[in-house]
Design a binder for this molecule. Structure first.
Ligand code: GLN
Length: 537
C-alpha cells in the first residue's frame, strides 16, 4: 500500500513513570498535523479489565468522559476533542476488557472452531484489528494510538507485541514515539538519562525500537544530553524531543512545534510535509490566557475536590470561557460534605459564581442543596450540571413549593415528593455498565428564555450521563413559582434545562455541556456564566 492519502499509524508509549502526559503529547502532535492540513484521530488503548471506565470510581480514574455516541471513556479523549475540535467515538477508546470480551464472544460463536484461543495470536490480532479499524477506508491521514500504562507492566505486554507486529507489517507507514522522564537530581545538579536508557531497553527486549523519544523534563536538555540519549537509545539526535514542564497544557503544542516534533514524525515516515503548521487561533488563545484583564472567583461544589481530575472537563471549560471573557477564572473547589448552615457564608464568601457538580449518590447532597439556596437568595450566578440541576430543583421544591421532604428517589426512595425520579424503562435495568442515558440527545429551547439568548439557536444537542430525570408531574408547580423548564427533549418530553425567571443568572442543565467545550469553540453556556460572574457586584 502506498500513496499520499493512505492512513499512517503512530503509536505513543510511556516509560519510567505514569502521568508523563502521553495524552497531551498525542493531542499536541495531532494538533500540529491537523494545522498542516492532515486529518487525524487519536485512540486510547487502556490495559485494564473493565469494559470501560463507566463503572470506575473517580478516585481510581478521574472523570469519565462521554462521547457523542454515548461511550463512557477515558478522560484523555476529552483532551483529544478539546485540542482537535473533532468528535471521538467508542472506537477511540478500547480496554483490555473489551478486547477479551470480543475474543470470548467469537470463541463461543465458534469463529475459532478447533483452535486453542491464546493471547498470541488471538488477543494481539484483536488489538491490531481495533487499531486498524480507525484507518478503514483511509478515513484519516494519521491514526495516533496512545497505549495506557507504562512499558514493563505485565498488562501492557500484548499491546507492545501488537505494535511490534504492526511495525513489522507497515514499515515506514508506522512510527513509535516513546515518552520518558529525564529526572533532575538537585544534589548532583544534573539531568539523568539512565531511566530513559532502561526504558528503551525494555522496549527493545520486546522487539520495538522507538523512532522518536519525547523526554519530559523540568530543565532544558542541552546538546550533550540529547546526543547521549540518541547514542544509547539508538535514535537520531533530532528525534530526541524535549518536553519541558509548562504552566498550561495548551502551551504544549507550541512547545512541540518549536521542537519540530511534527516535522521529525513526517520526515521519519517519509511524508513530504505540507506547509505549516499554522496555529494562529491557538496562539491567540495562549496570548489571552497569559494576559487576562481581570480575575473572577468561581466556586465548584462537589465531593471529589481533592482530586481535580474528577472535574477535568468542567475545569477546562472554565479556562476556555475565561479566556473568551479576557479574564482568569480563580477556581475554588468546595467540598459539599463540609458545607453546612453555619459555615456556608464563610465558604462561599467572595464568590461571583457557583457551579454545583455532577455526581452520584447521597454523600454531600445536603451541602449542595444549602449552597444552592444561598446563591438563589443572594442572586449569585449559578450553574447546576446534571446532579447540580437536580439539587437546584430539590431546593426549590422544598423552599419555594412547600414540599419539605422533596427529594430524588436516588437518595431517598421513600420520599413523598419524588421530584426527580427514575424512568419506567430504567426500572427494569439491573446491569450497571453502559445502561444510563448516555451520549447526545436533542433539546428544544423555549422562546424568550435566557437559555435561547445564550445558545442563539432553538435546537441544540448535548451529551448526557445519568439515570434519573425530572418528574414532569410537578412541572406546572415549578413554572408557576418561577422556575421555567426552558429546554425540553422533543422526543421524550424530558426536562433538560431549568432557569429562574427572577434571578440574574440561574441555570440548571440535565446534560454535560463541559464535554463539548474546545479551544476553538468554547461552550456558550460557560462563556455566558463567566461573563455573568464577571458582572456580578
Ligand atoms: N446521579 C444522577 C443521575 O443518575 C446525576 C448524574 C450526574 O450528575 N451525571 O441521574
Amino acid at each position: 500500500m502506498a500513496g499520499s492519502d493512505m492512513t499512517r499509524f503512530i503509536f505513543v508509549t510511556g516509560g519510567v513513570t505514569s502521568s508523563l502526559g502521553k495524552g497531551i503529547i498525542s493531542a499536541s502532535l495531532a494538533k500540529l498535523l491537523q494545522a498542516r492540513g492532515y486529518t487525524v484521530t487519536i485512540q486510547k488503548l487502556d490495559p485494564y479489565i473493565n469494559i470501560d471506565p463507566g463503572t470506575l470510581n473517580p478516585y481510581e480514574h478521574g472523570e469519565c468522559y462521554v462521547t457523542e455516541d454515548g461511550a463512557e471513556t477515558d478522560l484523555d479523549l476529552g483532551h483529544y476533542e478539546r485540542f482537535l475540535n473533532t468528535p471521538t467515538s467508542q472506537a477511540n477508546n478500547v480496554t483490555t476488557g473489551r478486547i477479551y470480551q470480543s475474543v470470548i464472544e467469537k470463541e463461543r460463536r465458534g469463529d475459532y472452531l478447533g483452535e486453542t484461543v491464546q493471547v498470541i495470536p488471538h488477543i494481539t490480532d484483536e488489538i491490531k484489528y481495533r487499531i486498524k479499524l480507525l484507518g478503514e477506508n483511509n478515513a484519516y491521514n494519521f491514526v495516533i494510538t496512545e497505549i495506557g500504562g507504562t512499558v514493563g507492566d505485565i498488562e501492557s505486554l500484548p499491546y507492545i507485541e501488537a505494535i511490534r507486529q504492526l511495525k513489522w507489517e507497515m514499515g515506514v507507514n508506522s512510527l513509535v514515539i516513546h515518552l520518558t522522564l529525564i529526572p533532575y537530581l538537585s544534589a548532583a545538579r544534573e539531568l539523568k538519562t539512565k531511566p530513559t536508557q532502561h526504558s528503551v531497553k525494555t522496549m527493545l527486549e520486546y522487539g520495538v525500537q522507538p523512532d522518536v523519544l519525547v523526554c519530559r523534563t523540568e530543565k532544558p536538555l542541552n546538546d550533550p544530553i540529547r546526543n547521549k540519549i540518541a547514542l544509547f537509545c539508538n535514535v537520531d539526535a533530532s528525534a530526541v524531543i524535549e518536553s519541558i514542564d509548562t504552566s498550561s497544557i495548551y502551551k504544549v503544542p507550541l512547545l512541540m512545534k518549536e521542537e519540530q516534533l511534527d516535522k521529525v514524525v513526517l520526515n521519519t515516515m517519509k511524508v513530504s510535509a505540507r506547509k505549516g503548521p499554522s496555529l494562529r487561533n491557538w496562539e491567540q488563545f495562549i496570548r489571552r490566557l497569559d494576559s487576562p484583564k481581570s480575575t473572577v472567583d468561581i466556586g465548584l461544589i462537589g465531593k471529589y475536590v481533592e482530586l481535580v481530575d474528577a472535574y477535568k472537563s468542567i475545569i477546562e471549560s472554565l479556562i476556555h470561557a475565561g479566556t473568551t471573557n479576557n479574564c482568569k477564572v480563580n477556581l475554588r473547589l468546595i467540598h459539599s460534605e463540609q458545607l453546612d448552615e453555619k459555615n456556608l457564608e464563610e465558604q462561599l464568601h467572595g464568590l461571583k459564581g457557583v457551579i454545583v457538580a455532577p455526581g452520584f449518590g447521597d454523600r454531600g447532597i445536603e451541602g449542595k442543596i444549602k449552597a444552592i439556596q444561598y446563591v438563589r437568595e443572594q442572586g449569585i450566578p449559578f450553574l447546576g450540571i446534571c446532579l447540580g440541576m437536580q439539587c437546584a430543583m430539590i431546593e426549590f421544591a422544598r423552599n419555594q413549593l412547600g414540599l419539605q421532604y422533596a427529594h430524588s428517589t436516588e437518595m431517598d426512595p421513600e420520599t413523598p415528593h419524588p421530584i426527580i425520579d427514575i424512568m419506567e424503562e430504567q426500572k427494569k435495568v439491573h446491569i450497571k455498565g453502559g445502561t444510563m442515558r448516555l451520549g447526545a440527545y436533542p433539546c428544544d429551547l423555549k422562546p424568550e428564555s435566557k437559555i435561547l439568548e445564550i445558545y442563539h439557536q432553538q435546537h441544540i444537542s448535548e451529551r448526557h450521563r445519568h439515570r434519573y430525570e425530572v418528574n414532569n408531574i410537578y412541572l406546572e408547580r415549578f413554572e408557576k413559582a418561577g422556575m421555567l423548564a426552558s429546554g425540553i427533549n422533543p422526543e421524550s418530553g424530558l426536562v433538560e434545562i431549568i432557569e429562574l425567571t427572577n434571578h440574574p443568572w440561574f441555570i440548571g442543565v440535565q446534560f454535560h455541556p463541559e464535554y463539548k467545550s474546545t479551544v476553538d469553540k468554547p461552550h456558550p453556556l460557560f462563556i455566558s456564566f463567566v461573563s455573568a460572574a464577571k458582572k456580578w457586584k
